[in-house]
Design a protein around this ligand. Structure first.
Ligand SMILES: [Fe+2]
Ligand SMILES: [Fe+2]
Length: 193
């Protein structure tokens, strides 16, 4: 079966109710889709994998279960092994090889999307005008968005073979069109959110 975005969204929302987790899924999806477009890859398939990468985190919040127990659910729902393997590969503790472009991109976008999102949340204009330079500065402040693994952010850019600045700029650009869904203010409408 070839998964569709609707199907992936249905699976995601069946197991995930938390707004912050849903926003995380949307942010990673947007970033991964932008890379798919840039590389001329299958945007719908890449987007589904990104949307589902943490789909079981709410029901399996510990690393002895996430994401490995989620894989069984995806299998039961008929998702292809390529998607399931991609979902599994985002988890550092499983130490699976990131041997496809999609696996590399998913890993590279996971922590950074969360971090850029966090940067946008503390700015009056959200992501508008946010520069990679100030994101990098915040990466060096351990107390800011302390849950984001910095080493994975740096490793992600390296895995993609691009400069961190470029990767950050790509993720900012990917999140901007869905700023509203992510609960971010924009320069045009600083009063909302
Ligand atoms: Fe995860
Ligand atoms: Fe994630």
């Amino acid at each position: 079966m070839r998964p569709t975005r609707d199907q992936a969204w249905q699976t995601l929302t069946r197991y995930t109710k938390s707004q912050s987790l849903l926003r995380h899924a949307l942010a990673v999806e947007a970033s991964v889709r932008d890379y798919a477009r840039a590389y001329g890859e299958d945007e719908e398939f890449w987007g589904c994998a990104a949307l589902l990468h943490d789909f079981d985190y709410e029901i399996h919040p510990t690393l002895d279960r996430h994401p490995q127990d989620g894989a069984a659910i995806l299998r039961e729902e008929g998702y292809p092994e390529e998607l399931i393997g991609t979902v599994l590969s985002h988890a550092e503790h499983l130490e699976m090889p990131r041997d496809t472009r999609l696996k590399k991109v998913l890993f590279a976008c996971d922590e950074l999307s969360g971090f850029v999102h966090a940067c946008g949340l503390v700015r009056p204009s959200g992501l508008d005008g946010l520069e990679p330079r100030s994101v990098k500065k915040k990466l060096k402040q351990p107390s800011f968005a302390a849950g984001v693994h910095r080493d994975e952010v740096y490793a992600g850019a390296e895995l993609l073979g691009i400069e961190l600045d470029e990767h950050i700029a790509n993720v900012i650009a990917a999140l901007q069109p869905i700023a509203g869904e992510l609960g971010l203010r924009t320069a045009a409408d600083p009063a909302t959110a």
